[in-house]
Each structure stands twice: as structure tokens, then as C-alpha cells.
Design a protein around this ligand. Structure first.
Ligand code: AMP
Length: 213
């Protein structure tokens, strides 16, 4: 059983990397941001409560986040483990997480803020199927049209300049400090942006695999 967490500032491509890791190890990719976006799109009760936080680039209050994570992990729908993307993001979430779940490693993607901003601004999302694009590295074949379903590509609602600044500030102030705590617990594997997947896969193979649940 492999249980990993992936962390990195907005624009670090953690969702994409998490997907690749999930495929590499046959894990379930759990993205808290995706679950939240689903709630917003489907106008659920939770969606209406969290939409403003997300659009402004602020962290959603902890009790709503922990409930969603607990509900999702209680599903136990994996055979070989999971890669959790977007949680924990502050001290309270880390405490809750470490108390309730065993994890094998935290993969931290590092990149300078200026690069993160450039990457966020080049990010597009299919308005129909939700596939992610990046106008620097992962362009659609026809401009603004999704390769997968022909849907229109749009900017994420929370990718406005103000929301980007807020998200990066939240990361620097609230998420970065927990990396030190996780580092003390020897759970961290760090990686730069471009050599991420092969290096991380190699590094994780060196981690002893947990054989229990
Ligand atoms: P992401 O897709 O990971 O960039 O997340 C999108 C947005 O969802 C964030 O900007 C937050 O508003 C919210 N969010 C995702 N994960 C968390 C979390 N662990 N704690 C609080 N808010 C979160």
C-alpha cells in the first residue's frame, strides 16, 4: 500500500504530476480542488459555501475541508493506495491528517514564485470535460479548443491576478511552514519542476512500502 501526498504552489503542476504518479504506481488520484470544483459546478450546498473562498484564492475553512477529505478517504476505493493532491495546506489540517492517517511520503514540488505566476497565467481548462492545458507546454492542437472533446478552453475562475497573488501568499504563509514539520518527520521528498516524475518515482522506490492498510 502506498499513500502519498503531493504539495506545491499554484502553478507547479501538482495535479498533472499527481496524475502521472498515480498511473506509475496504479494509485487513486484524489484532488481536493477537483472535488471542490465539482461541488461548485453542481451548485451543491457545500459548493455555494466555498465558491467565494475559491474565487478569491483563499483557503476554504478547515472544517469543510476535513469533512470532504474524511468522506473521500473513507471510500477506500483503491487497491494499491492513493496520491492526495491539495491536502494538507496549513498547520491545523496537517495535525488532523497526521493524527488520523498514515502516510508514506510527501512529495514537495519547488519552483520560484515568478515561474509559478507565469505558469498560472498560461493555464486553461476545458469548459466541457475539464481537461487541463498549459499554453507554454501543453497546447491544444487548435487554439482554444479541447483536443479531447472539442469544448471551449477557458481560464479558471480563480486565475485572476488578485486571486493568484492571494493563493501564492496563502501558500507562503500557511503551507510552506508545514513542510518544515513534515521534513522533521522525514516524510519529504523534494523535486524541481522539470525532472519531477522520473526523480520522484526513483526516490519513492527507495521508500519502504507499507504492506498493511
Ligand atoms: P487547487 O485545485 O488545489 O489549486 O485548489 C483550488 C482551491 O480549492 C484553492 O485555491 C482553495 O480555495 C481550495 N482548496 C483546495 N484544497 C484546499 C485545502 N486543503 N484547504 C483549503 N482550501 C483548499
Amino acid at each position: 500500500m502506498r499513500k502519498y501526498v503531493i504539495m506545491g504552489p499554484q502553478g507547479s503542476g501538482k495535479g498533472t504530476q499527481a496524475g502521472l504518479l498515480a498511473r506509475g504506481f496504479d494509485l487513486v488520484h484524489i484532488s481536493v480542488g477537483d472535488i471542490f470544483r465539482w461541488h461548485v459546478q453542481n451548485r451543491t450546498k457545500l459548493g455555494t459555501r466555498i465558491q467565494r473562498y475559491m474565487n478569491e484564492g483563499r483557503l476554504v475553512p478547515d472544517e469543510m475541508v476535513s469533512d470532504v477529505v474524511k468522506w473521500r478517504l473513507d471510500n477506500h476505493d483503491w487497491r494499491h493506495g492513493f496520491v492526495l493532491d491539495g491536502f494538507p495546506r496549513n498547520a491545523a489540517q496537517t495535525e488532523f491528517f497526521l493524527e488520523n492517517y498514515d502516510i508514506d511520503a510527501v512529495i514537495a514540488i519547488e519552483l520560484p514564485e515568478a515561474v509559478a505566476i507565469e505558469r498560472i497565467q498560461s493555464r486553461r481548462l476545458c469548459s466541457s470535460c475539464g481537461l487541463d492545458y498549459n499554453l507554454i507546454q501543453l497546447r491544444p492542437h487548435i487554439p482554444n479548443i479541447c483536443d479531447n472533446c472539442g469544448g471551449r478552453l477557458v481560464t479558471r475562475e480563480d486565475d485572476t491576478p488578485q486571486a493568484i497573488r492571494t493563493r501564492l501568499l496563502e501558500y507562503r504563509e500557511k503551507t510552506q511552514p508545514i513542510l518544515d514539520l513534515l521534513r522533521e518527520k522525514e516524510l519529504i521528498v523534494t523535486a524541481g519542476l522539470y525532472c519531477m516524475v522520473p526523480r520522484v518515482l526513483d526516490a519513492l522506490r527507495l521508500f519502504p512500502e507499507d504492506t498493511g492498510e
